[in-house]
Each structure stands twice: as structure tokens, then as C-alpha cells.
Design a protein around this ligand. Structure first.
Ligand code: PTT
Ligand code: SF4
Length: 617
């Protein structure tokens, strides 16, 4: 077998001496490719249906793909996946870090972690040797302190993934952090690690698996690197990276503002890409990337100073969405989130939500829009689950149900995952993309708004549903399984046709576009089957209602900007949603049909779902 290692490491933290090296059937590798595809297959097979995500029985999976770590753009990415403690469904995140490359060089396509260590621990994969080390001295440290100390102990050439206090304290939207500003697993992958008493994973590999056709792979990779550099958008991308999206979102009235009440923010120019450029001190890149976008700024406020790596999502959610400006204050909150290991997107939602509840008198706690010192206090309370922070650490969905009354009307989430940074009052296609994303409301699978701006914002066309599914297949199906960064294609227009060719050169299997779409359809359908299974065990019937965007976008129109007065229309949205189900081969409730499961080679899911009483027609 070429291009893959062909096995995964299985470790139960309660008995680490019994670790296993498990061969992966070649058929599974070809059918699921790697990364997210491999992760969902392993989760389906290994997780007992209905397992509580924060118990030892849940599995945490790190997975790379057949392009990870080869010399081609931008191949230093990996997937971290598990059953999510925030949503109760499938959860994952994609992180750019040397840990991806080192894992690939360790001789595994995935690492599967079960159980709970009796005391805080560090999992070490060091050039073929696997061990579980005492991590007590690191428990309580922030992610940056942990990484610095672990590198001192295990060598500067080792790569580190760690959790901060938020993961330790089981904040439901805690993430896994690497390299002081790379974050993975919005739906609480850090909390899953914390529940296992696993403070960090240290990886140092030796040799990558041999590709099927190295000469072709290197040739295509070199050509693609050159095309990236020659792109007309290259220079500006290297200046602003994702931060240019602040201006774009403001102009297109989708910049999340005041808990997704508006799409424009009066102070947007004080948090935009040009301000970021004036504060920038250096740029960081993921491994094997020649279009670096990790913009690190130096900031000073009247009380704080430091350096933080900024991205659009972070700045929109911790800026306009909570009424905070200028950028130096936003940068400090971003840094706090990275150090504690909290997802910035969910954090910005939670803070915006309690600000709106406070404004409407629905909670007794006073939290004003943009109140910098109160925000800092709350972020710390969340990370340590102190006082009011204990409720906020549960995420928007649970806060809403705890408070009750009118509170759920203002809760912005899908399936429990808070919405990322695009307001959808005037973007029905993007709303559909959030509502059908396989992890809850995240833009990574289908950034449909960029197309919607070109094709018309206010239509509810069936073509939009088809476009959402197509984009999901490319972004969430192909890129998440390869695993490489999608931004060379999205941002500087690298020809998509490189990817099937690279995949074929790496593995020796002919991956045509038809095959790639079939793989992606298989992955989306198995992820959906996983959600349906978990809901069925909890005796909750899966219906189309799980695929509705936040109610706020249907009920409270925008009050400013070019789309003033606009809100979503439920009847028209339902027409798009039904068309989306048809495209995917799912029934009117959004459940995969038996014939679809068979067609995609997912027959193994049919019996389980039927036994649970799920209708597959
Ligand atoms: C991703 C999500 C994003 S998406 C951002 S900014 W973005 C937020 N970043 C956070 C952060 O930082 N710190 C923190 N404490 N929480 C954060 N939460 C948010 O997490 C990221 C880049 C970006 S920057 C994007 S769009 C692209 N995402 C890719 C993807 O998903 N897949 C893929 N194949 N390629 C991608 N390339 C780009 O990578 P999650 P990263 Mg992240 C500080 O992990 O869980 O998927 O959530 O991965 O290494 O930080 O790179 O405007
Ligand atoms: Fe990482 Fe940015 Fe390069 Fe993608 S474009 S690999 S996120 S540095």
C-alpha cells in the first residue's frame, strides 16, 4: 500500500501498556481516504451508540490523510474528531500544525484514544515509541506555558497539541491548541481531552509513507506552489490573510454584529485588515505553506499588552458581535481564548448572547455591549467555571434552555454549535449551509455566502441547495480528508484539478472527480447516520427541524445597512431544504434512505438504524 501507513494506534489511557497497532482495511482507506472520512468511520465502528461524550468510553481521534506532509500546498493539516459534548453529534476540527506532519511520519493514519488516565498525563509518540507520561506538573497551565515546557522536556523538534484550563474544566466549547494560536475542534474536542485527563500529546516522527509516484507528486506539488505565488491575489493575501474579510463582510452586510442582530458594525474600520497591518509584527505559516496567513500583532491597551495571532472569525466574533473595538482590545480577548483553550467563535456567541439577554432584562446579571473589563472577567470565569461562568461554559443552547422564557428566541446556534461569523438575515443559501453543516453551524464545509453575493442574495433557488451540497463535497468532503488546507484554492484560485491528480499520485488509485464526489457523499451520509443513531439512542426522533437556522433570522429583521428590513422566510427556506435532501438522497426528515446507504457502500449502518426504529424511506 502506498500513500497511507495502513494502520492506526489504539490506546486506552486506563491501560496504556496494552496499546494496539491496528491494520486498516485497504478498502476503508480507498473509500474514506483519510482525515475526517477515516475519523467518522472509526467513530461509527468503535463508539458504543449513545455514549456520553465526556466519559472514558468516548473515543478521541487524530487523523491525517494521504496528502498530509508531502511537499505540496499547504499540506500541514490534520483532523481532531470525537462525539461532541456541545452537540451530542459528530464533531471535528482541522488544525494546521507540525503535529500533523509528525503524526504522518509516525507510521499511523490515525491515533484513537479511549479511556481516562488515572492522573493528568501526556501521550508521547516519539520515533516509533509510544508512552503515557505523568503530566501532573502541567495541569492548570495555559496552552502556551504547556507547549514551552513540553518542548524543553521532549526537544524543540517535537510537536505539541495541548489543552488549557478550559479543556481541563470541561468547558463544552474548549479546543485543542498548538503553536500558540492554532486551534482545533470547535465542538469541544478540548473538553473530550480534558475528560480523559490528557493534558497534551507530544509527537516526533521519523519517516513519511512512500507515495505511489513520488516523481509525479513532487512535480505537481512544485507546479502548484508556483501557481500559488503567481496568483494576482497572492501579495494582498500575504498582507491581510483572512482579516480582509472584515471589510468584505461589512460591505456585504453580513458582519455579525450585536449577537447576529445586524450585518454592519459602525466601528468596523477600527477592527479591519488595515488596522491589523499597522499592528503586525510577523507572520506565521502552517507547515508546507507558501502563502502564510498567521498574522501576529503586537497590542497595548491601558491595562494589557501582548502578541496575538488574528483571523477574521476571531475578530468578528470577539469584536463586532459583542460590540468591542478597537482591535487592540479584541486581540487581548483572542489571546486569552488561545491561552485558556476556548473556541473564539462560540465564546463570541456566548458573550453576545448574554449581552442581549442583559439588555432585554431576561437575566439579572448586567453585561453591557463592548464592556472590556467585564468581558475579561467573564472569559476567566468561563475557563475556570467560576460563578456565572459555570453556566456560560455550557454554550448557548444550554444557557437558553436553563434560562427559559423568551431566552431561546435570541439563541444563535444550530444543533448546539454556535454560528460562525456570517450573518444570514439576507443570505438564505448560507443559512442552509450552516443548518446542514455536519458538525453544527460552522462555515468550513460550505462558505456559500461568497457565491451568494455573486448570484443574488435574496433568492431561495434550488440551485442554491445544489451549490451548498457541491461546496460541502469539495471543502468538507475532499479537503477534510486529504488533509490539506483549502485556502490555496479558495483564496488565491489554485486550480482544483490539482487535487485528484495529487491524490492519485500519492496513492496509486485513480481518483476522478466522480470518485471524489462519491467519497464525499459517503462521508456526509455516514456523518448524518451517526447523528441520527445518537439521537435515536437518546429517544429523540430526527426531523427536518434539526436542519433549521436560528429562529432569530426568521423573526427579527435587520434594522440597518443595505438589507434593512430583511429577514429569512421559512416557507421558502423549506423548499430549498427539501431540495437539498433530494440531492443527498435523504428522506423528508433528513435521514439517509436505505437505497442511498446501499449505493454508497454504507450497508453496515442499515441494521443498526433499523434496530433503533429509524425510518429509512
Ligand atoms: C476553525 C475555526 C476558525 S476558522 C477560526 S479562524 W478561520 C477560529 N480560530 C480560533 C483560534 O485561532 N483560537 C481559538 N481559541 N479558537 C478559534 N476558533 C475558530 O476556529 C485555521 C485556518 C482558518 S482561519 C480557516 S478559516 C481555514 N480552515 C480550514 C479548515 O477548516 N479545513 C481545511 N482543510 N483548511 C482550512 N484552512 C484554514 O485554516 P476548527 P487553524 Mg482551526 C487562533 O480548527 O475547529 O476547524 O475551527 O485551524 O490551524 O487555526 O487554521 O477565519
Ligand atoms: Fe495555514 Fe494559512 Fe497556509 Fe492555510 S493558508 S496552510 S491556514 S498559513
Amino acid at each position: 500500500m502506498k500513500g497511507w501507513s495502513g494502520r492506526y494506534l489504539y490506546i486506552d489511557l486506563a491501560s496504556p501498556d496494552k496499546l494496539k497497532f491496528v491494520n486498516i482495511p485497504q478498502e476503508d482507506l480507498v473509500k474514506f481516504v483519510g482525515g475526517r472520512g477515516l475519523a467518522v468511520k472509526l467513530l461509527w465502528d468503535l463508539n458504543k451508540p449513545g455514549v456520553d461524550p465526556l466519559t472514558p468510553e468516548n473515543h478521541l481521534i487524530l487523523a491525517v490523510g494521504p496528502l498530509t506532509g508531502y511537499p505540496l500546498p499547504s499540506s500541514g493539516k490534520m483532523v481532531v474528531a470525537s462525539k461532541s459534548p456541545l452537540t451530542g453529534g459528530y464533531g471535528d476540527g482541522n488544525i494546521g500544525t507540525r503535529a500533523a506532519v509528525e503524526l504522518r511520519r509516525s507510521g499511523f493514519d490515525a491515533v484513537v484514544i479511549k479511556g481516562r488516565a488515572p492522573k493528568p498525563s501526556i501521550l508521547v509518540l516519539d520515533r516509533g515509541k509510544v508512552s503515557l507520561e505523568d503530566g501532573s506538573e502541567y495541569w492548570g497551565l495555559t496552552t502556551d506555558e504547556t507547549e514551552v515546557r513540553l518542548k524543553k522536556r521532549f526537544g524543540e523538534d517535537s510537536a505539541v497539541l495541548s489543552i488549557g484550563p478550559a479543556g481541563e474544566n470541561l468547558v463544552r466549547y474548549a479546543t485543542v491548541i498548538s503553536e500558540f494560536g492554532r486551534s482545533a475542534g470547535r465542538p469541544g474536542m478540548g473538553a473530550v481531552m480534558g475528560s480523559k485527563n490528557l493534558k497534551a500529546i507530544v509527537i516526533r516522527g521519523q519517516e513519511e509513507p512512500e507515495p505511489f509516484n513520488r516523481e509525479e507528486l513532487v512535480k505537481l506539488g512544485a507546479e502548484a506552489y508556483r501557481k500559488v505565488k503567481e496568483s494576482p491575489g497572492y501579495e494582498f493575501w500575504c498582507r491581510q490573510g483572512t482579516m480582509a474579510t472584515i471589510e468584505w463582510s461589512q460591505k456585504n452586510s453580513c458582519l455579525p454584529t450585536y449577537n447576529f442582530s445586524e450585518g454592519v458594525f459602525d466601528a468596523w474600520e477600527s477592527i479591519d485588515g488595515y488596522i491589523m497591518e499597522s499592528m503586525k509584527v510577523r507572520v506565521k505559516a502552517c507547515p508546507y505553506c507558501n502563502m502564510p496567513c498567521g498574522n501576529v500583532v503586537k497590542y497595548v491597551t491601558s491595562t494589557d499588552k501582548g502578541e496575538a495571532e488574528l483571523d477574521y472569525e476571531n475578530v468578528a466574533m470577539l469584536g463586532s458581535n459583542i460590540g468591542l473595538a478597537p482591535l487592540n482590545k479584541v486581540a487581548h480577548i483572542n489571546l486569552m481564548a488561545d491561552r485558556y483553550g476556548i473556541d473564539t467563535i462560540s465564546l463570541g456567541n456566548v458573550l453576545g448572547y448574554v449581552m442581549e439577554l442583559s439588555e432585554k432584562g431576561l437575566i439579572s446579571e448586567r453585561v453591557e455591549w463592548g464592556d472590556y473589563s467585564k468581558i475579561k472577567e467573564l472569559v476567566e470565569q468561563i475557563a475556570y467555571r467560576r460563578g456565572f461562568g459555570d453556566l456560560l461554559a455550557e454554550g448557548v443552547m444550554r444557557i437558553a434552555s436553563k434560562i427559559g422564557g423568551d431566552a431561546p428566541k435570541y439563541a444563535v446556534h444550530v444543533k448546539g454549535l454556535e454560528v460562525s461569523a456570517y450573518d444570514c438575515h439576507a443570505a438564505p443559501g448560507m443559512a442552509l449551509a450552516y443548518a446542514t453543516s455536519p458538525i453544527g453551524a460552522h462555515h468550513k464545509d460550505s462558505w456559500f455566502i461568497a457565491r451568494e453575493v455573486r448570484m443574488g442574495r435574496l433568492d431561495y433557488l434550488p440551485e442554491k441547495a445544489e451549490g451548498v451540497a457541491w461546496l460541502q463535497n469539495i471543502r468538507g468532503g475532499m479537503f477534510e480528508s486529504l488533509t490539506t488546507c483549502r485556502l490555496p484554492w479558495v483564496e488565491v484560485g489554485l486550480d482544483l484539478d490539482y487535487y485528484p491528480k495529487l491524490l492519485t499520485a500519492a496513492t496509486g488509485y485513480t481518483y476522478t472527480w466522480e470518485v471524489i464526489h462519491e467519497v464525499a457523499n459517503r462521508i456526509y451520509t455516514l456523518i448524518r447516520a451517526f447523528w441520527v443513531r445518537e439521537y435515536a439512542v437518546a429517544e429523540v426522533r430526527w426531523t427536518y427541524e434539526q436542519d433549521l437556522p436560528p429562529v432569530k433570522w426568521f423573526t427579527q429583521p435587520l434594522t440597518k445597512g443595505p438589507f434593512k428590513g430583511v429577514k429569512l422566510d421559512l416557507d421558502k427556506y423549506m423548499v430549498m431544504l427539501r431540495h437539498y435532501y433530494k440531492v443527498r438522497g435523504w428522506n423528508e426528515d433528513g435521514v439517509p434512505k436505505e437505497e442511498t446507504l446501499r449505493k454508497l457502500g454504507l450497508d453496515f449502518a442499515i441494521g443498526t438504524l433499523k434496530q433503533l426504529g429509524v425510518q429509512l424511506s
